[in-house]
Design a protein around this ligand. Sequence first.
Ligand code: RIB
Length: 298
Amino acid sequence: MAKAPVIAVVGSASMDLTCYADVLPQAGQTLYGNQFTTGFGGKGANQAVMAALAGANVYMVGSIGNDLFGKSLEENFKNRKVNSEHIKISDLPTGVAHIWVDAQGQNRILIVPGANHDFNESHAAQAVASIPELSIVLGQCEVPQSVTTAAFVAAKKRGAITIFNPAPYQVLSPDLLSVTDWLIPNEVEFEEFVGAAPTSESLSQFRPGKNSIVTLGDKGAVLISEDGALTSIATTKVQAVDSTGAGDCFIGSFSFAIASGLDAKSAAEFACRIAALSVTRKGAQSSYPTAAEISTLS
Ligand code: RIB
């Protein structure tokens, strides 16, 4: 059996507090919802758990609070076989995300980062430098960019591939972009980044000399190679009930596939199949397929 590829995720881990309702309230309005759940989330943790489910040996680098949510998140990492030795236990409360999901499966999310913002550059860089046989480092925008930049610099020093998911969107520092091999925004983040909707022209001019992917929800994804060539990746048509964490599911699966030696097109196709399945179920990590299901999607 091939050795599991090693992936580090420098990012957030949060508790998701989710309300499902047919119609979401406007300002000043009170409505009834259908269901409330607590679930494991945070973009970093979601990507880490997905990569581990796919078969990677995953290390989470981040920070959680010394509270009940933090203890539960730690237990979840253990159950999901994600290494948590580089997670700081902070005096700040564990991060939370308040999520509303409507009848079409579309969400609105408000994040309170708490402990996710309480770890620093040297913590992240030292963790990345010390993880044995590391092939990929993943980052997102729910921890400070300076911390991700330090982790990516350490990753590049040892020849690891860096993948950045600019979510939720922020203006990205040139330092971070210069050490990012793969940039993977969704279509909204792409538009915020370039100031134009994703068209053949705007996509082919995105980051010349570097690889990128723009995820397009139920329209799949588009792969942009270093020379600007575009490859459309189709996805399976499904009945969506909750899109929360689908982007993270794509990134975690894609990273595992690339680290396992698949070419970019096959890796993106694999990731689209897994992300499509995830939107048919509620929650973020709770919607991700099991290892047995993944083997039928490979
Ligand atoms: O991408 C989905 C995630 O965004 C949720 O799990 C929530 O924690 C927010 O960070």
